[in-house]
Design a binder for this molecule. Structure first.
Ligand code: ADP
Ligand code: MG
Length: 299
């Protein structure tokens, strides 16, 4: 696996505010990473540091295994960390042409990138006629003009309507499917779940979890159980089972959290043999949302 970016014990203090606290993680080529955390958790600061627009207090980061200087490495990075400024009276194509001139890169890719973000048909429309979603898509096209190895986006769907949000997410997935590594910051769990393969959860600048989105198993899952009668006996039997961690009741349903992976069949058999017949039994993994809340709520 090829490491695109490596953060080691990165730290940033703004006076008393510890915005980024001893943060370490690696970005491997080809994956889609989400930095997930509530507002104020240090996502934008982290992106600012790796893009050389915010000075770190301590720690290290290195691009492409440190083979290039940060300045050289950033030529292979496409990033949108604030609302980009385009000229309102210029068309999409004219704006991108200007960006190519300023950055000293070829204009060859303009049409291709406009197509990627579904703006090719609107290439000759003035920027000021664009919806917020279209403006954001043009920003993505501009960040792709140099065919970056990695695309970095800070809260890419903020402020957009549901349709606009959907379009941006589809475009990000498409760009990733074509082999571009992606790092996005979001406070939306749902967004990370839908778009990303990997996640770094942070709160108050501290990393709480990093790994695959679909392996973010803080627990071994849970059972939903119901009985028509004899609830006391159900609780008693569940308490006695070694795989059951804790038992909660939500309305008529009991939620038994597991500390060991066991099947529905096993628990059903165990209860039946002890004289209890269930009226409802479902095994589920806790949703990422629940895990995120668990990770971010306690201490
Ligand atoms: P996020 O992007 O996750 O919402 P930020 O990185 O913007 O979080 O902010 C992290 C913390 O650092 C917050 O407490 C924020 O108020 C503080 N912060 C960010 N930028 C500055 C700054 N330029 N000066 C002082 N404090 C800042
Ligand atoms: Mg932010």
């Amino acid at each position: 696996m090829e490491t695109i970016l490596s953060l080691k014990k990165l730290d940033k203090k703004y006076g008393q505010v510890h915005a980024v606290n001893n943060l370490s993680f690696d970005i491997q080529k080809g994956n889609v990473y989400g930095i997930l955390g509530p507002n104020g958790s240090g996502k934008s600061t982290t992106l600012g540091i790796i893009l050389n627009v915010v000075n770190r207090t301590s720690g290290e980061f290195s691009w492409f295994n440190g083979k290039l200087s940060t300045h050289e490495a950033l030529k292979k990075v496409g990033a949108i960390i604030e609302r980009p400024n385009f000229y309102p009276y210029m068309t999409a194509t004219q704006n991108l042409n200007l960006i190519c001139k300023i950055k000293g890169i070829s204009t060859d890719k303009i049409n291709e990138k406009l197509t990627t973000v579904n703006l090719f048909e609107r290439r000759d429309s003035k920027f000021k006629t664009f919806s917020l979603g279209m403006k954001q898509r043009l920003a993505i096209a501009s960040a792709l003009l140099n065919d970056p190895e990695i695309l970095i986006l800070d809260e890419p769907t903020n402020g957009l309507d549901p349709q606009g949000i959907h379009e941006i997410r589809e475009i990000i997935k498409e760009i990733a499917a074509n082999g571009t590594t992606i790092l996005l910051a979001s406070h939306l769990l749902d967004e990370v779940e839908k778009v990303c393969s990997h996640v770094v959860v942070i709160r108050n600048g501290v990393k709480l979890y990093s790994g695959r989105v679909n392996e973010m198993t803080a627990s071994k899952g849970l059972f939903e159980l119901k009985v028509d009668e004899n609830e006391e006996k159900l609780i008693e039997l569940l308490k006695q089972h070694s795989a059951i961690d804790k038992i909660n009741k939500e309305h008529e349903t009991f939620i038994a959290t597991l500390n060991t992976e066991i099947s529905s069949t096993e628990i059903n058999e165990y209860l039946f043999k002890n004289g209890l017949v269930l009226s409802h039994l479902v095994k589920r993994k806790p949703s990422l949302e629940q895990q995120f809340l668990d990770l971010t709520s306690n201490n």
